[in-house]
Design a protein around this ligand. Structure first.
Ligand SMILES: [Zn+2]
Length: 485
């Protein structure tokens, strides 16, 4: 009897090993084969133009009155002077005065257009940090194989990179089959309500629908995904929602010499502690799951084995992802208490206490579900919970030719990189385009280090010339690749 039980156990174990090994070994790559990129780019013009573009202080401020719109006008004139061929052959429309829409007419009206978008406003340089820049933030200095200044990465490289690509294709006599739209917002850094949102409502009123729109977003990064040695280019297929929640309680205050067991401050603090202890449930699904489906085949065998058998190892994978804030944010709605307010005097109990929590919502989590979850978790009837903000964007397809076009184009330029979909945690102009595009993607075709990421809204922002020229190449590839479909 014992023998039979043992042999059943052994054969079950063997079967388990065979099936899971088979799964790991049969994991097929989701990377296209790189096709050689063999266009020459007018390097001097490209470098000179980006350097000059950086010198315009097209700064967005939360207080719109502080924006120097004459500088924005000067930037637009500068584009007209720098790209005469584009301004001769493409239609330019200034939506709401400053948001730019270039239309390149194709020959086939039966195909939906493609949209490439970026923004030419930049964030301010933090007061007192000007002196810390190796080269002035608006100098556009070209030194050590790099171009320096605010906007070199975020996101004048997008605007000038796209225009350089178009300029180059025009000079080669390229005539697209589809219509292409190149759309440049002027207030992305403060939400895009006057720029991208107005472009979208204008195009929507004309019944224009895109096959896909490509905005900035993910980039090519190293050491981001454990188990993958190559750089990974992440293409955002969705962005998380951003919601502000206020928890507040009002009630009798009183003298601090005879406090009740539970004070207003204590109750709000307890509510937050409960939310932090409980956290929103984690689930490897949607864009997070897609990311691993694309990178797993490129991983070391051990990791490949785990991801190929997700049906068994999912709890383990989730546990590992939850260890780091950056990977945890990929699989759950996050809570970040950012403001806590109560009390004015050391010996008086406050009548009101409140806290603000910033939440980033997973695609699919509705405002109502999130509110219900908070209320259930804190379990205190007297605490009022309000929610303000937006749910996550839609999730764009990874099986479409749209995604494959971006993947192929990136692979042609960065042939050693793994190109995969992912979920963006921060907001972008792309969300505005959701309503007029079948799919919306978020990808900045440059290779970034973790230092570069800090420089984006910080000090010493710069781009290597090599990276910049590759970005131009990528945009040329996207136009040509998508035009073939
Ligand atoms: Zn940006």
């Amino acid at each position: 009897m014992k023998k039979i039980a043992l042999s059943i156990l052994v054969s079950t174990f063997l079967l388990f090993i065979i099936i899971t090994m088979f799964n790991a070994l049969s994991l097929e790559t989701r990377q296209p084969v790189s096709e050689p990129f063999n266009s020459t780019i007018a390097e001097n013009h490209a470098i000179d133009t980006l350097s000059k573009a950086i010198q315009f202080k097209t700064i967005s401020y939360q207080d719109r009155n502080k924006m120097d719109l004459e500088e924005f006008d000067r930037f637009i004139s500068f584009l007209e002077q720098s790209y005469p061929l584009i301004h001769e052959q493409l239609e330019l429309e200034k939506v709401n005065g400053y948001a730019l829409v270039y239309k390149w007419k194709g020959t086939n009206v039966n195909k939906l257009p493609i949209g490439l978008t970026s923004h030419y406003d930049v964030v301010p340089v933090l007061q007192g940090t000007e002196g810390k820049w190796e080269h002035g933030p608006f100098s556009g200095t070209i030194a050590d194989g790099k171009i320096w200044g605010r906007g070199t990465l975020d996101d004048k490289v997008g605007v000038i990179g796209i225009l350089e690509a178009v300029d180059h294709l025009l000079s080669q006599g390229y005539q697209p089959e589809r219509d292409f739209y190149f759309m440049f917002g002027h207030d992305e850094e403060i939400g895009g309500d006057e720029g991208a949102a107005k472009i979208v409502s204008t195009l929507e009123s004309r019944g224009i629908q895109f096959d896909f729109v490509l905005d900035e977003g993910g980039a090519i990064v190293e050491n981001m995904v454990p188990g993958v040695d190559q750089p990974v280019g992440v293409v955002g297929i969705s962005e998380k929602g951003s919601v502000t929640s206020e928890l507040s309680i009002e009630g009798s205050g009183g003298h601090s010499s005879q406090p009740k067991d539970q004070t207003n401050i204590g109750r709000i603090a307890r509510a937050i502690a409960k939310l932090e202890e409980t956290q929103f449930p984690a689930d490897l699904k949607g864009p997070g799951e897609d990311l691993f489906e694309f990178v797993a085949p490129e991983m070391s065998f051990g990791m490949k084995y785990v991801f190929a058998n997700k049906f068994i190892f999912e709890p383990v994978i989730e546990k590992i992802l939850l260890r780091q804030p950056a990977s945890a944010a990929l699989i759950r709605t996050t809570i970040a208490p950012t403001i806590f307010q109560a009390g004015e005097q050391y010996n008086a109990l406050p009548e009101k206490a409140s806290a603000i929590i910033n939440l980033r919502l997973m695609p699919g989590d509705s405002l109502k579900e999130v509110k219900d979850y908070i209320e259930k978790t804190i379990d205190d009837q007297d605490i009022k919970v309000t929610l303000n903000g937006s749910e996550a964007s839609g999730v764009s397809s990874v099986d479409s030719w749209h995604f494959q076009t971006i993947q192929q184009s990136a692979k042609n330029i960065y042939d050693d990189a793994v190109i995969a979909p992912y979920l963006m945690f921060a907001g972008s102009d792309a969300k505005h385009y959701d309503s007029i595009a079948v799919n919306t993607y978020r990808f900045l075709p440059v290779q970034l280090t973790s230092q570069d990421l800090k420089r984006m809204h910080g000090t010493n922002e710069h781009i290597s010339i090599d990276n910049y020229l590759k970005a131009i190449g990528f945009y040329m590839e996207v136009i040509k690749e998508s035009d073939q479909h």
